[in-house]
Design a protein around this ligand. Sequence first.
Ligand code: URA
Length: 188
Amino acid sequence: MKTDTLEALAVEVRSCHLCPLAKGRTNAVPGEGSGRSKIVLVGEAPGREEDLSGRPFVGRGGRVLRSALGSVGVASAQVYISNVVKCRPPKNRLPTRSEIDICRGAYLSREIELVDPDLVVLLGRTAARALLGVDSLGSVRGKVVKMKGRRYLSAYHPAAVLRNPGLKGAFRRDLRKIRNARAASNQT
Ligand code: URA
């Protein structure tokens, strides 16, 4: 039976064995935040610290993300935050197409339906590919795209900003568009 609350979905995620990533994980990492959030943020996959704690974006990338959100006036408590796949891939490799398809269908799509936000923010190429079907982040980065009645804003992944601090300004400019998108959704 399909669950219909975020809490029940999180319980399913924690005991999931639908794909081979389950074998290597310490903890699966369900999305986190209020079901009444107007914004859902989607990263790629848990890293080492997320795997150890069972919580999304608690490592260095999470600190970059929270600081950037704060700088554009979005409090972490206002967002629901999740990942395309819920288990850490070995050695932080990219999740495979099949891992992405399985995890999106079983969990991410349902999280988004349950929260039903005004805006989904896609952090990095894996999230943009998984939800918009684009091959590169460059074609959509910094833009709000409407698909099947939902708005998506794509932005750099915080790990890209950690690797290349020169991207920090662009990352914050992208996230600033959350505010415009929120204002637009209030008019529709
Ligand atoms: N990177 C991600 O994409 N997600 C996390 O939860 C942590 C790091």
